[in-house]
Design a protein around this ligand. Structure first.
Ligand code: 3HC
Ligand code: NAI
Length: 689
């Protein structure tokens, strides 16, 4: 019928096959023939039942996201579903892979859904700053109940076929050839005879809805939304499914969708969706990848333990190496404890825990790393120690093994040069806790071979990381920009702001926490050691460290942590700040949130522009991926570089110039690329200008 849609017959059952690689998105070129096919099959007396299925790796994974923001072209998905619901003969969606967003909504337009036992089903629109716009909020509750639909739609997390079957979303599960099973299922149903009730006309599941419990859950979810509009709209739309007539609820869903799709938040989240996928592509042409079957990790401290877990979780056997038996046992015990916590929380079974632990081999002998294809070093942040470790690795690692360092700041070119194989050396900068945090900065050193780089980009995806390739500079992309963001923190404190007030400005912006709370969480001693190594000082942070206030781990930092992890403002810290300010002759003044943002986030953007200009990051969107996945930059603002466009580059430049004039500090010295961005209106335009 078309390149993207075929119809075949198996006796009196028609099979509609959508074939729009890679994920069978409902692009216009699918919608047009699909609607036409459904009308024809509806009116064809020789057809007793219709099965909708997909070619390739998955059922429909949603609307075509690239069409959002452009004029809507008919037929819309809603019209296709409405057509489906005019069909009196049984319609069956046969789901394999994933049925997501508009894909699941299409399936909800059918009378029945059957699925491969390994399929996953969900409405992830909220992750794009949207709500399901094809009737998902109104139909899903009719099958699984309002509370379950609320949780699925607000979280956007898909459920497995098994759960979908138990909750009533799927009518039958099959293993083996799904289309054959679906056809038999459809034929059998047709033989039994109708009438077949469309999902829109089923309200049994809605009748018993406890609205008070629903509202309590929705209020809880809204609190976690931290200023995002989509989760709130999702909850409202699902509630409407219970309280309004079907068509009314559908109309409100549509109105909310239209509003959200045009919002900055959704634009930002869609930008991130594509940015993450773009960042994960190997730079340059795709070389043959090196085989990575076994991983070595050196250092079983905070990072080494987490990195080892990240690989074990991804199915890789890991050799974990430490300086001595005691340190090794401590590291392994921490890993054991972390898995035990996951079991207690219910996110891991005892069996899975045993399997993961069986992946680890502990060692204190470098010779045991000889069979590793990738070795990640996570020892102390000290160039001499790192060089010593790489010297030993050079002696024992097999030819072609990739040698990676997890250094936060050190010069990887220098580390690479200390080996006889700099082409195999690169940076794998994980974030803490490394088994949890998604971001991985992959640092390409001057001599890193393209195939080594491509191999770790591929590996990152296999272990579920969001990878961004960056170049060598002090702190790479993330930590270098973090330094720019934090450079005014001390000045703001000395001039009159409190840690709480600054952190509040950040959380109001949408960050999960502010810089001082984050410093306390990460440990203030890390920055202290780094400053000392570079001959730098920060009067307040240094004094806190001298007093043994390293943050949460010592129960005291910028805040007090008496009860677990809740930060409590500490009058002693505020007195310390006032004393230090007085010593410097600074009179405290009131500082507004706007000034806090200007002096922290504008330098962040400015540093990003410098990084882009130097080629340390390849794309502005890569920087956004780093900041959203590694540092908690609010997703609804799309990352610092995307946000710069929302905020207005002109405005940012004007305020940077003001602060540069006032302080003379380099972080406010406007990057030429930022000026070109203001002129051309985009980072791509700025780079090309
Ligand atoms: N529209 C357009 N392109 C899409 C797409 C979509 N819905 N989903 C994926 N793609 C593209 C990706 O951009 C990527 O393109 P590239 O190769 O050029 O970079 C390619 O398909 C493959 O995607 P992944 O790399 O993500 O492939 P995976 O196999 O890792 O994952 C997936 C597959 C789980 C389906 C994942 O792609 C995914 O989660 N997709 C988005 C699903 C989604 O959000 N659906 C809802 C859309 S909104 C909607 O339906 C609105 C409706 O309610 C009206
Ligand atoms: P850590 O102090 O917790 O762990 C370091 C471990 O390395 C210790 O267990 C130590 O015994 C071991 N070690 C030291 N020398 C060794 C050697 N020669 N051979 C084998 N083991 C040796 O330190 P952490 O925090 O894990 O940091 C490790 C590296 O990761 C550093 O380069 C750091 O900059 C980097 N990093 C740290 C992050 C963090 O948040 N802690 C985040 C990202 C990177």
């Amino acid at each position: 019928m078309s390149d993207f849609l075929k119809v075949s017959r198996d006796g009196d059952v028609a099979i509609v096959i959508i074939d729009n690689p890679p994920v069978n998105a409902l692009s216009l070129h699918v919608r047009e023939p699909l609607k036409q096919a459904l009308v024809e099959l509806r009116d064809d007396p020789l057809v007793a039942a219709i099965v909708i299925t997909c070619a390739g790796r998955t059922f429909v994974a949603g609307a075509d996201i690239t069409e959002f923001g452009k004029p809507v072209q008919q037929p819309e998905l809603r019209a296709i579903i409405a057509t489906l619901e005019t069909i009196a003969k049984p319609t069956v969606a046969a789901i394999h892979g994933t049925a997501l967003g508009g894909g699941l909504e299409l399936a909800l337009g059918c009378h029945f859904r059957v699925a491969d036992a390994s399929a996953r089903l969900g409405l992830p629109e909220v992750k794009l700053g949207l709500l399901p716009g094809g009737g998902g909020t109104v139909r899903l509750p009719r099958l699984v109940g309002a509370l379950k639909a609320l949780k699925m739609i607000v979280s956007g997390a898909p459920i497995g076929a098994e759960e979908a079957h138990t909750t009533g979303l799927v009518d039958a599960l099959f293993e083996g050839d799904l289309t054959t099973h679906a056809v038999n299922f459809a034929r059998e149903i047709a033989r039994k005879g109708g009438p077949f009730t469309p999902v829109r006309d089923r309200d049994d599941e809605l009748k018993g809805t406890n609205l008070a419990a629903f509202d309590a859950e929705a209020a809880d979810l809204a609190k976690k939304a931290r200023g995002l509009e989509a989760p709130v709209a999702c909850a409202q739309a699902v509630r409407n499914a219970v309280t309004l007539h079907f068509d009314e609820a559908l109309a409100v869903e549509r109105a909310l969708f239209v509003k959200l799709v045009a919002s900055d938040q959704s634009r930002a989240q869609r930008h991130l969706f594509f940015a993450e996928r773009e960042a994960a592509k190997s730079p340059g042409k795709d070389p043959v990848k090196r085989r990575i079957a076994r991983v070595g990790v050196i250092g079983a401290g905070t990072m080494g333990g987490g990195i080892a877990m990240a690989f074990a979780n991804g199915g890789y056997p890991v050799t974990l190496l430490e300086t001595g038996h005691e340190a090794l046992q401590r590291g392994l015990a921490t890993i054991d404890k972390n898995y035990a916590v996951s079991v207690t929380r219910g996110s891991l079974t005892e069996d899975a825990k045993r399997q993961r632990l069986a992946q680890f081999t502990g060692s204190t002998d470098y010779a045991d790393l000889a069979d590793c294809d990738l070795i990640v070093e996570a020892v102390f942040e000290d160039m001499a120690v790192k060089k010593e470790v790489f010297g030993k690795l050079d002696a024992v690692a097999k030819p072609g093994a990739i040698l990676a360092t997890n250094t936060s700041y050190l010069d990887i070119n220098e580390i690479a040069a200390s080996t006889s194989r700099p082409q195999d050396v690169l940076g794998l900068h994980f974030f803490s806790p490394a088994n949890v945090m998604k971001l991985l900065e992959i640092v390409r050193a001057e001599k890193t071979a393209p195939d080594a780089l491509a191999s770790v980009v591929d590996l990152a995806r296999r272990i579920g990381k969001v990878a961004v390739v960056v170049g060598v500079c002090h702190g790479f992309v993330g930590n270098r920009m973090l330094a720019a963001r934090g450079s005014e923190s001390e000045a703001l404190l000395l001039e009159g702001a409190t840690p709480r007030q600054i952190d509040q400005a950040f959380t109001d912006f949408g960050w999960p926490m502010g810089p001082f709370q984050m410093g306390d969480l990460a440990g203030l001693d890390i920055g202290w050691r780094n400053r000392k190594a570079r001959g730098q000082t920060a009067v307040i942070a240094d004094t806190l460290c001298e007093q043994g206030r390293f943050g949460q781990k010592t129960g005291r930092g910028y805040y007090l942590y008496e009860a677990a992890r809740t930060p409590v403002p500490d009058p002693q810290v505020e007195a310390l700040i006032r004393d230090k300010a007085a010593e410097q002759g600074i009179a405290p003044r009131a500082i507004e949130a706007e000034e806090i943002i200007e002096r922290t986030l504008y330098p962040l953007v400015n540093e990003g522009a410098k990084i882009l200009e130097e080629g340390i990051a390849v794309r502005a969107s890569d920087i956004d991926v780093v900041w959203v996945n590694g540092y908690g930059f609010p997703v609804g603002k799309g990352g610092p570089m995307f946000w710069a466009g929302l905020e207005g580059a002109d405005k940012i430049i004007e305020r940077l110039e003001y602060w540069h004039h006032r302080t003379g500090k380099d972080v406010f010295n406007v990057a030429p690329l930022l000026r070109r961005m203001a002129e051309t209106g985009s980072w791509e335009g700025a780079a090309a200008a």
